[in-house]
Design a protein around this ligand. Structure first.
Ligand SMILES: [Zn+2]
Length: 94
Protein backbone atom coordinates (compact mmCIF):
# COMPACT_ATOMS: atom_id res chain seq x y z
CA UNK A 1 0.00 0.00 0.00
CA UNK A 2 1.37 3.40 -0.97
CA UNK A 3 0.65 6.27 1.38
CA UNK A 4 1.73 9.89 1.17
CA UNK A 5 4.76 10.97 3.15
CA UNK A 6 4.14 13.04 6.26
CA UNK A 7 3.28 16.53 5.11
CA UNK A 8 6.00 19.14 5.40
CA UNK A 9 5.32 21.50 8.26
CA UNK A 10 6.00 25.18 8.65
CA UNK A 11 8.11 24.88 11.77
CA UNK A 12 10.34 22.29 13.39
CA UNK A 13 7.88 21.80 16.22
CA UNK A 14 5.00 21.17 13.81
CA UNK A 15 7.14 18.78 11.78
CA UNK A 16 8.16 16.90 14.91
CA UNK A 17 4.51 16.57 15.98
CA UNK A 18 3.55 15.33 12.50
CA UNK A 19 6.35 12.76 12.52
CA UNK A 20 5.36 11.60 16.01
CA UNK A 21 1.76 11.12 14.89
CA UNK A 22 2.82 9.26 11.73
CA UNK A 23 5.12 6.99 13.73
CA UNK A 24 2.46 6.21 16.34
CA UNK A 25 -0.10 5.44 13.62
CA UNK A 26 2.36 3.19 11.77
CA UNK A 27 3.20 1.32 14.98
CA UNK A 28 -0.45 1.01 16.05
CA UNK A 29 -2.45 0.68 12.82
CA UNK A 30 -6.23 0.43 12.96
CA UNK A 31 -6.18 -2.17 10.21
CA UNK A 32 -3.58 -4.62 9.05
CA UNK A 33 0.03 -3.79 9.88
CA UNK A 34 2.05 -2.37 7.02
CA UNK A 35 5.74 -3.08 7.72
CA UNK A 36 6.86 -1.23 4.57
CA UNK A 37 5.04 1.93 5.71
CA UNK A 38 6.52 1.65 9.21
CA UNK A 39 9.98 1.30 7.70
CA UNK A 40 9.40 4.36 5.53
CA UNK A 41 8.20 6.47 8.48
CA UNK A 42 11.21 5.33 10.53
CA UNK A 43 13.47 6.38 7.69
CA UNK A 44 11.88 9.85 7.63
CA UNK A 45 12.29 10.08 11.42
CA UNK A 46 16.00 9.30 11.14
CA UNK A 47 16.55 11.68 8.23
CA UNK A 48 14.82 14.45 10.20
CA UNK A 49 17.28 13.91 13.04
CA UNK A 50 14.56 12.88 15.48
CA UNK A 51 14.74 10.17 18.14
CA UNK A 52 12.07 7.49 17.87
CA UNK A 53 12.06 7.13 21.66
CA UNK A 54 11.49 10.87 22.10
CA UNK A 55 8.68 10.88 19.54
CA UNK A 56 6.97 7.96 21.31
CA UNK A 57 7.15 9.48 24.79
CA UNK A 58 3.79 9.45 26.61
CA UNK A 59 1.72 12.64 26.58
CA UNK A 60 2.32 15.03 29.48
CA UNK A 61 0.45 14.01 32.66
CA UNK A 62 -2.76 15.91 33.32
CA UNK A 63 -3.04 15.00 37.00
CA UNK A 64 -6.31 13.10 36.48
CA UNK A 65 -6.12 10.46 33.76
CA UNK A 66 -3.43 7.86 34.43
CA UNK A 67 -3.56 5.99 31.12
CA UNK A 68 -3.06 6.99 27.51
CA UNK A 69 -3.56 5.64 24.03
CA UNK A 70 -0.20 4.95 22.36
CA UNK A 71 -1.74 5.85 18.98
CA UNK A 72 -3.69 9.10 19.47
CA UNK A 73 -2.32 10.13 22.89
CA UNK A 74 -5.79 10.72 24.31
CA UNK A 75 -5.82 10.27 28.09
CA UNK A 76 -8.16 7.96 29.99
CA UNK A 77 -9.01 7.00 33.56
CA UNK A 78 -7.36 3.96 35.10
CA UNK A 79 -10.50 1.79 34.71
CA UNK A 80 -10.51 2.09 30.91
CA UNK A 81 -8.68 -0.64 28.95
CA UNK A 82 -8.95 0.37 25.29
CA UNK A 83 -9.12 3.60 23.30
CA UNK A 84 -12.60 4.63 22.21
CA UNK A 85 -11.19 6.61 19.27
CA UNK A 86 -8.77 3.99 17.96
CA UNK A 87 -10.88 0.87 17.59
CA UNK A 88 -9.66 -1.05 20.60
CA UNK A 89 -6.01 -0.07 20.84
CA UNK A 90 -4.88 -1.15 24.32
CA UNK A 91 -4.11 1.73 26.65
CA UNK A 92 -0.82 2.14 28.47
CA UNK A 93 -0.07 3.43 31.92
CA UNK A 94 1.55 6.78 32.19
ZN1 LIG B 1 -6.41 6.31 20.60
Amino acid sequence: MVRPRPPPAASGRDRRAALARELREALHPLGAADPAWLERVRSVVVSAGCSEADLLAPPPPDGVASRHCPRCHQRFAAAVATCSECAGIALRNG
